[in-house]
Design a protein around this ligand. Structure first.
Ligand SMILES: [Zn+2]
Ligand SMILES: [Zn+2]
Length: 130
């Protein structure tokens, strides 16, 4: 299969993925908001072992964001790249670091929608109307 590729803003963290994507979803939990500096993160999951880190910095910098989860970001530019739950065979990748952020559509779920900023829905609607 053709690899799914992506990279951080500065390009020092680059990845190639050799498995099928699954569970593409949005998350607006407070942790995702702080980590990304954004109202919502679009995630997609892959087999953890199928991700190869091919950029000059190798793996992203790991930060323990909860008792059971670590998140990976670029140590140079700070782009949020991925998250892994302890003991899991899956890795969550941020859809917006893919080379083509339209490649995978988050459609299964919007987790923690209730934690999103209150303006989230109204901003989206007003922009569609203009
Ligand atoms: Zn970077
Ligand atoms: Zn989240």
């Amino acid at each position: 299969m053709e690899a799914i590729k992506g990279h951080c803003l500065c390009g020092e963290v680059k990845y190639e993925i050799f498995s099928e994507p699954y569970f593409a979803h949005l998350c607006s939990c407070h942790t995702c908001q702080r980590w990304a500096g954004a109202p919502t993160v679009a995630w997609v999951e892959f087999e953890r072992n199928s991700v190869k880190w091919i950029g000059v910095s190798g793996e992203p910098n790991w930060y323990r964001s909860s008792e059971t989860t670590v998140r990976g970001s670029c140590g140079r530019c700070g782009s949020g790249i991925c998250a892994v739950d302890d003991g899991s065979d899956s890795i969550s990748i941020t859809i917006c670091t893919l080379d083509d952020s339209s490649l995978i559509t988050p459609d299964e779920q919007h987790s923690f929608q209730e934690e999103a900023p209150r303006w989230w829905a109204s901003v989206g609607k007003s922009m569609l109307n203009t």
